[in-house]
Design a protein around this ligand. Structure first.
Ligand code: GAR
Length: 201
């Protein structure tokens, strides 16, 4: 079983979907070994505690060099013998030293159909605001590997979700979570973990 860390910044509904899928036996190839929050007030930390998963905070200090922050993150990952990372609403840009150390071992969930509405500045509600402003009829979610280009790594899985008349960013965000993110992320985690355990990439 691959020791997996889930990195979070906020409410942690995607973390919850992973914890629920794990408890339901749907992620047999990954152990949820650690939750890392980018700030101490992330509600996701409480979800981890309720599930009996260790949680910790690694926060980037304002004047800290990106590489130094990355080294601190790497130290925590190595101490905990982490094989695989999942960014589940993690809103800090990951330093390149971490990305290099975990090449094709970091997954991210993004709330649009990449390459639409992604990259620098597109996160959380902003993504749905942009989709509504453009008037798309379909949006969705994407799970991809993390590389040095924001939202630019290899795509693992995508699911489309219909935009409905009268949608607000908040309503659309919720539908994308319910119909796509919460299903896609646990399934992608299991797929990747199983592939790695079976000797694939
Ligand atoms: C999710 O919608 C996730 O896709 C998005 O933040 C939200 C976190 O919610 N991530 C991004 O926008 C990354 N670019 P959660 O904390 O309830 O899982």
């Amino acid at each position: 079983m691959l020791r997996t860390a889930v990195l979070v910044s906020g409410g942690g509904t995607n973390l919850q979907a992973i914890l629920d899928a794990k408890r339901g036996g749907r992620i047999p190839h990954a152990e949820i070994a650690l939750v890392i929050a980018s700030n101490p007030s992330a509600y996701a930390l409480q979800r981890a505690e309720q599930a009996g998963v260790p949680g910790t905070v690694v926060q980037k200090a304002k004047d800290e060099a990106v590489e130094a922050y990355g080294e601190r993150l790497l130290a925590v990952l190595r101490e905990n013998r982490i094989d695989l990372c999942v960014l589940a609403g993690f809103l800090t840009i990951l330093p390149e030293n971490v990305i290099r150390a975990y090449d094709h071992r970091i997954l991210n969930i993004h709330p649009s159909l990449i390459p639409s509405f992604c990259g620098k500045g597109f996160y959380g509600l902003r993504v749905h605001e942009a989709a509504l402003a453009r008037g798309v009829k379909l949006t969705g979610a994407t799970v991809h590997f993390v590389n040095e280009i924001p939202d630019g790594g290899d795509i693992i899985a995508q699911k489309a979700v219909a935009v409905q008349p009268g949608d607000t960013p908040g309503i659309l965000q919720r539908r994308v979570m319910e119909e796509a993110e919460w299903l896609l992320l646990p399934a992608a985690l299991e797929d990747v973990a199983r592939t790695i355990e079976n000797g694939g990439n």
